[in-house]
Design a protein around this ligand. Structure first.
Ligand code: 4UU
Length: 547
């Protein structure tokens, strides 16, 4: 292990050869970087249901034109903050790249968030929003709370384009605008702000730079492509995972486009549709979250003939996949390479990736540290760093980890990134003797529902406003299909007859559907530490003992 683990410093180094990244002070933004690579003339993005597509030769001119339209008609320029509240679409990457091209700051969010959730996240950024892109259903909601211009983006590309309500968008996509002059954008300039619940408390905005995204493109995506022959520009990826989340954002809007691979875009996950799409487009690579892995295994049983034969690699991440799920999948798809990847919003998705071959497979591991990345495994009680085989909190450091901060939240920044630049992941993990990482548990509070983050504190803030709720704590309960589901422990006021259904309904009306509390436990008090911190582990233990 001497090459990659140093017992003196406790630092794990990547086992991969390091990748030359452009110097940090060089004037290089991620858009120029992506388009500096050679692209073939193939399809870049295709809409799975309509077949509408954008080819590589069309892509860059389209990005430039949309950027110019945004400048001329909406006055967007460097440093302006723009909301992207969109489901997957072939236009998502175009809009994202156009905004980065202008040096604007993109704030992507789940389009299903409630208005008050969106408002809260925006307030937290303390930035004036210059423009918002969203689905038609959200337009009035967004307009009602601000003067921000809102552009409606069609979901159904065949029918919606004909309608007047998408005229702004239509103009942007089809217009011929005088090309704008680009501002100077440096690697250290902010490219995007993404919500994350971090290790504790309410969700916050992780500030990611052009340099961070450039690292994601090189270390997460392009490096892997250089290792696998079949991950060449011939690859056809299925994009079901949301582009507003760091996993999909770094892969589908940036990394894969730099490779010249084709991306088949699905608006939402639907099992039978997914099968049709894989066969129709000859999908070779499919990044998934564990629930999709289970869905694939389930449908495999009913398959006949040549279905799903095009698949070469399935990679799972964003939440733990247990060994049974993995074994079932690998058994059902012997011709497919299965790997896991691990990353975080705060590391711009750069972390570890499996490097399995038919000869050498460590399915249960999340893989090897990406090139140029370092890690430590730290005993969270006494602060000692730990060697391979020992379990502790995982720390990460490298070009993918956010340098800056959580926006306007110095406390959260300080407890997450230390003075030496280590990102304290809040995950409990160990490296084996071969340098493969295993995620064992989570120290932080976040609930992972279907790969999405839910911050317990965000739900508690909503619930405590209920007049009959005296105290409340939220935690995750294991769920076989969805990973975890939010459960609320509620202390009612004296004399209250509040029911479980009423609590569930109360929160459901105020948060995005995926964040709904699924179960309620009424209790006399919430277990807290002497300092008043909720003892979530106690709550989780209680739930486990009940199952
Ligand atoms: C157990 O989920 C993500 C990023 C996912 C990602 C990135 C690169 C997956 C594959 C890949 O190659 O980001 P966040 O910020 O939403 O959530 C981060 C948290 C981690 O701290 C960890 O708790 O999500 C959990 N997590 C995982 N847990 C992420 N990947 C895994 C995994 N196994 N494979």
């Amino acid at each position: 292990t001497s090459q990659w683990y140093s017992p003196e410093t406790g630092i794990y180094h990547s086992k991969h050869p390091s990748v030359n990244l452009p110097a940090n002070d060089s004037l290089l933004d991620v858009v120029s970087f992506i388009f500096s690579h050679k692209h073939n003339g193939r399809t870049a993005l295709v809409d799975s249901s309509s077949g509408y597509s954008i080819s590589y030769p069309q892509l860059f001119p389209l990005v430039q034109s949309v950027a110019s339209g945004l400048r001329h008609h909406f006055g967007i320029s460097q440093g302006d903050a723009v909301l992207l509240l969109l489901p997957n679409s072939i236009y998502f990457p175009v809009i994202f790249l156009a905004l980065l091209y202008l040096g604007a700051i993109v704030i992507p969010m789940n389009p299903l968030l409630s208005v008050s959730e969106i408002k809260k996240q925006v307030t937290l950024c303390k930035t004036k929003i210059s423009l918002a892109f969203t689905i038609y259903e959200n337009v009035d909601k967004l307009r009602s709370w601000g003067t921000t211009p809102v552009i409606a983006v069609p979901e159904n590309l065949v029918n919606d384009f004909k309608e007047g309500r998408f005229s702004d968008f239509h103009k942007l996509i089809t217009g011929k605008f005088d090309l704008v002059e680009r501002p100077v954008i440096r690697q250290q300039d902010t490219a995007a702000i993404l919500n994350s619940s971090g290790t504790t408390g309410a969700s916050k905005g992780a500030v990611l730079t052009h340099g961070n995204f450039l690292a994601a493109v090189e270390l997460f995506v392009r490096f892997e492509a250089s290792q696998y022959e079949y991950l060449s520009s011939e690859a056809v990826f299925l994009a079901v995972l949301p582009m507003f989340h760091i996993y999909g954002l770094s892969l589908f809007t940036l990394g894969l486009l730099s490779l010249g691979a084709s991306v088949v875009v699905m608006r939402r996950f639907e099992a039978s549709e997914m099968l049709k799409v894989i066969d129709k487009y000859g999908v070779t690579h499919f990044p998934v979250v564990p629930p999709i892995l289970m869905a694939l295994t389930k449908v495999a049983k009913g398959l006949c003939g040549n279905s799903l034969k095009s698949l070469k690699q399935v990679s799972s991440g964003a939440a733990p996949a247990n060994s049974k799920i993995i074994e079932d999948f690998v058994g059902a798809f012997p011709h497919v390479d299965f790997i896991q990847g691990y990353g975080m919003t705060e590391s711009t998705a750069v972390g570890t990736r499996g490097f399995n071959t038919k000869k050498f497979s460590k399915y249960f591991s999340v893989g090897l540290l990406a090139p140029n990345m370092q890690a430590k495994v730290v005993d969270w009680v006494n602060g000692c760093f730990l060697p391979p085989g020992s379990t502790g909190e995982l720390w990460l450091r490298g070009p993918g980890t956010m340098k800056g901060e959580y926006i306007n939240n110095a406390d959260a920044t300080m407890s997450t990134i230390d003075k030496e630049g280590w990102l304290h992941t809040g995950d409990i993990a160990y490296f084996d003797e071969d340098g493969y990482l295993y995620i064992v548990d989570r120290l932080k509070e976040v609930i992972k529902y279907n790969g999405y983050q839910i911050s317990p504190a965000d739900l508690e803030t909503v619930l405590i406003c209920h007049p009959e709720i005296l105290d409340v704590a939220v935690t995750g309960a294991m769920d076989k299909v969805l990973g975890e589901i939010p459960v609320a422990f509620v202390v009612r006021r004296d004399g209250s007859t509040l029911t479980e259904a009423a609590v569930i309904d109360y929160i459901a009306q105020r948060v995005a559907p995926y964040k709904k509390v699924r179960r309620v436990v009424f209790t006399k008090s919430i277990p807290k530490s002497a300092a008043g911190k909720v003892l979530r582990r106690e709550l989780r233990k209680f739930l486990t003992s009940k199952l």
